[in-house]
Design a protein around this ligand. Sequence first.
Ligand code: COA
Length: 178
Amino acid sequence: MPNGTLQHRLARREDVPALTALMEAAIGELQKPFLDGGQIAASRTIMGLDTQLIDDKTYFVIEQAGALAGCGGWSRRATLYGGDRSPGRDAALLDPAKDAARVRAMYTHPAFVRRGVGRLILSLCEDAARAEGFTAVELVATMAGLPLYRACGYQALERFADDRGGTPVPLMRMRKAL
Ligand SMILES: CC(C)(COP(=O)(O)OP(=O)(O)OC[C@H]1O[C@@H](n2cnc3c(N)ncnc32)[C@H](O)[C@@H]1OP(=O)(O)O)[C@@H](O)C(=O)NCCC(=O)NCCS
C-alpha cells in the first residue's frame, strides 16, 4: 500500500492523459459495489474530465510520493456535473451572492481509496469557493460518491436518474452551506 503525505497542486493540461486513465480506473472499479455493468458503461458518457476546470485553475491533483492518488475540483460556472464529452454543459459564470459554487469531477485512484484523498479535495474546494465569496456549494453525487459527501456534511436535495448514456444512472443532487 502506498505511503507518505498527501500533496496537492493545481492540475495542468499536461496531466490530462494521466487524469483520464485515473478516472477510467475509478469509474470502472469503484462503482462496482453500487452499479451494474450497464450503468457503469453509461457512467462513462455522463462523467469524466472537464478541461474547463483545469483552464480555470479550479482543479486539484493529489499526489503521494510522486504517484497520482486522486483529482477533483470546484467551479464558479453553472454546469453541475459531467465531462468534456457530456452534453448540455453551461459555462455561464455564477454569482457568489446568490448562487452555490459547484464541486466537480472527484476521483480517487483505486490503489488510494479510504486514505482521505476525497476528504482533502473537498476541503480544498470549499476553502477556495469561500475565498471567492460563495456561501454554499452544490454537487451531483454518484452512488459511489454519496458516502463521502454525507461524511463531509452535504445534505441530499433530490434523487434523479440520468439516461443520456443509454441506461439510467442514479444520481443525487446535494448541498452544503460554507
Ligand atoms: C467517491 C470517491 C472519490 C471517494 O474517495 P476516497 O478518497 O476513497 O474518500 P476518503 O478516503 O476521503 O473518504 C472519506 C470518508 O468518506 C466515507 N466513504 C468514502 N468512500 C466510502 C465507501 N466506499 N463506503 C463507505 N464510506 C465511504 C467514509 O466516511 C470515509 O471516511 P473513513 O475512511 O475514515 O471511514 C471514490 O470512491 C471514487 O473515485 N469513486 C468513483 C468515482 C466517483 O463516483 N466519484 C464521485 C463523483 S460525484
